[in-house]
Structures are given as C-alpha cells and as structure tokens.
Design a protein around this ligand. Structure first.
Ligand code: PLP
Length: 384
C-alpha cells in the first residue's frame, strides 16, 4: 500500500525538553516519583485575584467568542503601558500583536520578515524551536557558536568576524538554556549594526522580568526596526494559557495582522482577559522571581557537591547550563540514565547546541524548593 507523501521541510529534530517531559510523565504514571528540573515552566500559576477575575468573565460571558486577530485593544494598550512603566520605552498599541504563545509569534514574524532560503543566524547554544520552525518554513539556519567567556551571548565582534552572512539574527537575553544576559552595550552596538547592514534583528525577550541583578533592556530601546517577541508563559506564569505578543516595526504591522487572521484567527479570549488583569499583580510575580532566586542559590551551592562544578552563573531566566564532559560525552544518554536511575529530569544540551551540546545539560530551577533540594540530593547520591 502506498503511503501519503511527506514534505522534507517537516523533517525536523525532536524537541528533547518535551520528550524528556513525556518520559518523566510516563514514569510518574507508573508510580515512580520524579524530581523535576527538565521542562522550563514555573511551578506557580497566575495570581489568584487575576484568576478570580477570569472566572467572573466566564460566568458573565460563557460564549467567549473570537477577539480581533491582533488581540483585544484593552490588552494591547495595557502592554503598551507596561513598556512605559517597566522599560521607560514608548511603544504604540498599534505595534503590538497578541499571539498564541510567543511560539505563534515566531511563525508570524518569520513568515512576514523572511523569504524562502533567507539566512537567519542563531547564537548557539540556543532555544531549539527557532531552528525547527525556521527549517519548517524553508528558511536557512546559520549557526554561530558563542563563547563561554562571553557568557554564551553574542558580541558585535563575534558577529562581524564569524565569516558568515545572514539576513536576520535571533538573540535571546536572558537566554534559554544558559540563563545569561547580553551586555547592554553589546545589545546597543548589535542593534545599530543590524540597522546599518539591513539585517533583521529578532529579540526574544521571553525571560524579561526574571532577572536577578538588573533589568534586561528591550532591543526596542535601540532600534525601531527590532522585532520583539515576548510571552505570558514565564514571568507572568501563564504557561498553559498559551499567550504571547510581538512588537513590530511599522511596516510589518499590516502583514502580521493579515497572517494572524488566516493562520490563527485569534489568540484565546479568556487568556487575554486574564493577561489584562495580571498587570495589576506585578508584586506577586516579582515574589515568584525572588523564589527562583533562592532556588538558584541552593542549586549553585549544591551542584558542586554532586561533582558538577562548571556551569553558567546567569543573571536571569531559571536555567543553569552545566558542563558534564567529565561524566559523559553523550548528554542525551546521560539525561535518560539520570531520569531512570536517579529519578531526576533535566534536558540534554544536544537540544540547544548541535556541535557542543553532547557535553552539556540544562537544569531548570523553576520548581518548588523541596523539588530542587531533592533533585540535588538524588544527584549527589547517583554521581558519588
Ligand atoms: C527562549 C524561549 N522563547 C520562547 C519560548 C516559547 O514560549 P511560549 O510559546 O510558551 O510563549 C520558550 C519556551 O520555553 C523559550 O524558552
């Protein structure tokens, strides 16, 4: 019997973080308890008062129809106000489009900005979905290795001297998987350089708000051409509500609006109501950040006792990227073994870096304090 044909562009790599999540769930379904440091999601939900507000909305309007494709005007205005309050940067609501998680914003923005075979640079180690989505859209991925000495973030010098050409570049600060931040001066230089060279700069600001030393500036501070992606999944702790947003340069607004109408119709309505209200509870969200900070301290003092001594000391997000080459040269096998033997879930570095990731693992510390302590205890015993 013949089989339906498959496109070559859909032949993308597996998302290891989600596969590890599946494996951990399967073990737990068998009654094996897993200490979780794998998937990158907060252990908190949205603040209770905002949730109560969302419940009222459903009671009063059980229909919950579509919103405008670009999102509810009130939410876009609220986000615009947030840019003023948090970043001291003025962004018109007209430049803001609400999306189904930032993941949908990637699709909209990549299609609007790049043609088939355009070249887009990623700084490795990098969030793997960029590579996979770009490939699925027939956009060429140009990988540029970042350096440990630069905290795995790009510098203008690296971009100018990497010997590679590209039409666009994606930066991510604080980053997944390293949790590190780009230096403010470098961000400014890169923004200006991209403007000069007509390179499309996409700044994934998904972890803004979760910073431990100083705020991360938005790339829009330095260039009106920068495309910004952000999400309610991380700082705002609304992961499963599937809501994000993008800030667009003026000439992209109409294109993304039309794409968004046809690709997604609208983002989830109830999630937009919740997101609108969540901005009244920034104090609760900042409390979550303090909680991650404490987890980070525990992890950084306990990991060396387990024999994992070389890891990033990032000032944001909720990740540590650790070198495990003295323990294994196959991060995928190492993480699977750790899951099955130590009952601790982490994510193999090969997800983030195709050339060097065999010697790295990502550890997420967005879980409960008990979970972090238990994970470290199990690792100490397993690696002793
Ligand atoms: C750097 C980065 N960008 C974007 C996303 C996608 O998030 P969402 O689609 O939930 O907004 C993630 C998720 O882990 C991420 O780590």
């Amino acid at each position: 019997m013949t089989k339906p044909k498959l496109s070559s562009r859909s032949d993308i790599a597996m998302f290891q973080a989600l596969d590890m999540l599946r494996q951990a769930n399967e073990l737990e379904a068998k009654g094996i308890d897993i200490a979780r440091m794998g998937a990158g999601q907060p252990c908190f939900g949205a603040p209770q008062e905002a949730l109560d507000y969302a419940v009222e909305i459903i009671k009063n309007d059980p229909r919950q129809g579509y919103t405008e494709a670009v999102g509810m005007p009130s939410l876009r205005e609220r986000i615009s106000k947030y840019y003023n309050d948090y970043y001291n940067t003025s962004i018109s609501p007209a430049n803001i489009v609400i999306t189904n998680g930032s993941s949908a914003a990637f699709i909209l923005d990549f299609i609007a900005a790049f043609d088939n075979r355009a070249k887009v640079a990623l700084i490795t180690p990098t969030y793997p979905a960029y590579r996979n989505i770009l490939k699925a859209l027939n956009i060429e991925v140009v990988e540029i290795e970042s350096n440990e000495k630069d905290n795995y973030q790009p510098t203008l010098d690296l971009l100018q001297n990497c010997g590679k050409e590209f039409d666009g570049i994606i930066i991510n600060s604080p980053s997944n998987p390293a949790g590190t931040m780009i230096k403010d001066k470098e961000l400014e230089k890169i923004c200006h350089w991209c403007d000069e060279k007509n390179i499309t700069l996409i700044s994934d600001e998904a972890y803004h708000g979760i910073t431990y030393e100083h705020k991360a500036p938005t790339a829009r501070k330095y260039s009106n051409n920068a495309i910004i992606l952000n999400t309610f999944s991380k700082y705002f702790a609304m992961t499963g509500w599937r809501l994000g947003w993008t800030v667009l340069p003026d000439n992209m607004i109409d294109r993304v609006k039309k794409l968004s109408e046809s690709l997604f119709v609208s983002a989830p309505t109830i999630s937009q109501h919740l997101a609108y209200k969540i901005f009244d509870h920034i104090d609760v969200l900042d409390g979550y950040v303090e909680f991650y900070r404490k987890n980070r301290e525990i992890l950084m003092s306990e990991l060396p006792k387990a024999g994992i001594t070389n890891f990033t000391n990032g000032a944001g997000a909720f990740y540590i990227y650790a070198d495990i080459h003295h323990l294994s040269n196959d991060s995928e096998q190492f993480c699977t073994k750790m899951l099955n033997e130590a009952r601790v879930s982490t994510t193999p570095g090969i997800d983030f870096d195709l050339t060097r990731g065999h010697r790295g693992i990502r550890i997420c510390y967005a879980g409960s304090k008990q979970n972090i302590i238990e994970s470290c205890n199990r690792l100490k015993e397993w690696l002793s």
